[in-house]
Design a protein around this ligand. Structure first.
Ligand code: ASP
Ligand code: MG
Length: 401
């Protein structure tokens, strides 16, 4: 007998038929003698619909009230799923985040889990109940409802698996695993049997929309092995763990991110402290910077270019304009017609030549590279947005075709 945490995303519980399908998966697991804790998200587009409802009232709703509103989506799902399980003849109980013991900090709309008081959960499991927990939510020390940020149910599931020392944590979704590229765009994309936490983290951050990246961070921290599987297609999924079978794979995935903007500051003084002041200013505004490029100084000036999330670009530019040394003569430009294409793979740490192979593939497709950044397990290039799909195909073909 094992303790298994199963998480189902919004599309897996989108309607009555899907809820019954989930109840079947859960009760099959339970009937094999396992203890089962289920974490669910809000049905289908419920969270987006609730956000739209708030906007009908005011564009400036406080985050506390937004959390009060959005947490209601998961409340619907847990009640319906519990009923569905009971209708199949198995005992089930639904619990909201606070009832399941989720204590978070008070940062409404992106709260962090501080602890999970597991007593209630353990009592219900001890009574052989299937426990259905609302994902994405908790309660702060003042007793107010909080949410963990969009896609937060993955994190709820991983946190529960860690707190309960579960034997397995299964993330059910509408895709059947993690692929080497988006299978809708790249016909030769392959499903991965295994992937490391670090690789998954890079892929999640780079826009592969399978797992929320905070959930992967947490899984790595507490060494919770994750299984990403389909709720609609009963075939083996992808295992996310510390050391994955390399299968002689140099590169585990190719992604693109079109949500980027490149900001360039042309002709800043070539003196110490400029980079510090620029990036410190952006940090103060909570803006994450990705690829950074600084040119070699000439005629006592240099250029600094960097990428940010597209949404952050206007705030970033306004913030930079506030810097005392940014006068009229300094040009700040912003290009949003760019895309970041990346290859990810733990294998490249020990294999030279990955970068040149990637650049060769781009060259053969006549794609110009604007910026480059590398880490031990990732190489990213910034290119024209119009070339993004072509680049992913070419690079995928070079490494995984
Ligand atoms: N329902 C929330 C959202 O749509 C949480 C989740 O789905 O994980 O973001
Ligand atoms: Mg959702």
């Amino acid at each position: 007998m094992s303790l298994i945490v199963q998480k189902f995303g919004g599309s897996s519980v989108a309607n009555a038929e899907r809820v019954m399908n989930v109840a079947k998966i859960v009760t099959d697991t339970y009937k094999k003698g396992n203890d089962v804790v289920v974490v669910v998200s809000a049905q289908g587009d419920t969270t987006d619909d609730l956000i739209a409802k708030a906007k009908e009232i005011t564009p400036n709703a406080t985050k506390r009230e937004m959390d009060m509103l959005l947490s209601s989506g998961e409340q619907i799902s847990i009640a319906l799923l519990s009923m569905a399980i009971q209708s199949i003849g198995c005992p089930a109980i639904s619990l909201l985040g606070w009832q399941a013991g989720f204590v978070t900090n008070s940062v409404y709309s992106s709260a962090r889990i501080k602890t999970i008081h597991t007593e209630r959960l353990l009592t219900e499991l001890g009574n052989r109940k299937i426990v259905v927990v609302a994902g994405f939510q908790g309660v702060n020390e003042a007793g107010d409802v909080t949410t963990l940020g969009r896609g937060g149910s993955d994190t709820s599931a991983v946190a529960l698996a860690a707190a309960l020392h579960a034997d397995r944590c299964q993330i059910f979704t509408d895709v059947d695993g993690v692929y080497t590229a988006d299978p809708r765009k790249v016909p030769s994309a392959q499903k991965l049997k295994e992937i490391t936490y670090d690789e998954m983290l890079e892929l999640a951050t780079l826009g592969a929309q399978v797992l929320n990246n905070r959930s992967v961070e947490m899984a790595k921290k507490y060494n919770v092995e994750l299984e990403v599987i389909s709720s609609l297609n009963p075939i083996p999924g992808t295992i996310v763990k510390e050391v994955a079978n390399m299968e002689k794979m140099l590169v585990r995935g190719v992604t693109k991110d079109t949500d980027v903007a490149r900001i360039s500051m042309i002709g800043v003084s070539d003196i110490p402290g400029i980079a510090f002041k620029v990036f410190n200013k952006l940090a103060q505004k909570n803006i994450n910077v990705d690829i950074i490029l600084q040119s070699v100084g000439r005629n006592s000036t240099k250029d600094i270019a960097f990428t940010v999330n597209k949404d952050n670009a206007p705030v970033a530019i306004t913030a930079l304009r506030e810097l005392p040394f940014v006068g009229d003569e300094l040009e700040i430009t912003c290009d949003t017609d760019v895309a970041k294409v990346s290859v990810v793979g733990a294998g490249m740490e020990t294999h030279p030549g990955t970068a040149s192979k990637m650049f060769e593939a781009l060259y053969n497709s006549d794609i110009n590279i604007q910026m480059i950044s590398t880490s031990e397990i990732k190489i990213s290039v910034l290119i024209d947005a119009k070339d993004a799909d072509k680049a992913v195909l070419a690079v995928h073909d070079a490494f995984l075709g």
